[in-house]
Design a protein around this ligand. Sequence first.
Ligand SMILES: Nc1ncnc2c1ncn2[C@@H]1O[C@H](COP(=O)(O)OP(=O)(O)OP(=O)(O)O)[C@@H](O)[C@H]1O
Length: 267
Amino acid sequence: MSPSTSISNQPLSPTADNRPMKDTNQLLSLSNISYHVGQQRILSNIDIDIAVNETVSLVGPNGAGKSTLVKLILGLIDPTKGNITAHQPLQLGYVPQRFTVPPILPLRVSDLLGQANKKRLTDEQRQFIFDNLALTHLLSRQMLHLSGGETQRVLLARALLDKPNLLILDEPMQGLDPDTEVWLYQFIDKLPDFLHCAMLVISHDLHWVMRGSRRVICLNKHICCEGQPSELAISTEFKKLFGHYYEQPYVHQPHACQHHAPNELEQ
Ligand SMILES: Nc1ncnc2c1ncn2[C@@H]1O[C@H](COP(=O)(O)OP(=O)(O)OP(=O)(O)O)[C@@H](O)[C@H]1O
């Protein structure tokens, strides 16, 4: 795949080889993707489908290939083998793990946000983003002078202002204090409904990943296991990779589950 994309959210062509788009519920498919550098296998045989509006969490140890997978989706590198197919025109939003502004480059927050396409969101949606991410007082500030948390908020806003249908967040909580983390998790959880976008979230925070009903993919150069948190918590592969960090795995308890009607609970 050689999509005309960049980290600044350019739309991708529907399919690299002009095959007809299929299943309208699917957004993106990675089929049998491998990525090697010389003799080094970085990713092997990756199959992932992401549906419209779906949130997928990607976990894996350091060096597992998570960022490489993101670069492949963004079209920054090409797979050694396999295909990446967008089933709909993709509008990518990307918040990178690291963002450094060279000290000699003057770049105000308003300059960065001003690069977004102003016509993609309604006024109400833009206001929602500005209010929730508390951006107004930052607009005249230099990116270089922002704190880690402020930078994350601005980068997230930059990605959202283009109204992505796939938002990729690479370790969004890195460097944030616990209160900001909680707040950002809550904001992220609102996004798929609010903007109708799918999300791929790389996270080392297993407690967030294993909460809720998002699909989790566990990567370690290949896909070790994937599924709902309740399935993963009892998977041998997952326990092998994360058991020592994640000592209290989420165990689904249907009898205590709020989405069961009261009469079901009594049975
Ligand atoms: N161009 C490259 N040349 C050589 N090795 C590479 C290249 N790109 C990635 N790697 C190696 O591939 C492995 C996966 O890297 P990647 O950054 O994708 O891992 P990651 O899962 O995102 O790790 P982390 O959690 O530490 O951010 C690492 O061992 C990295 O050194």
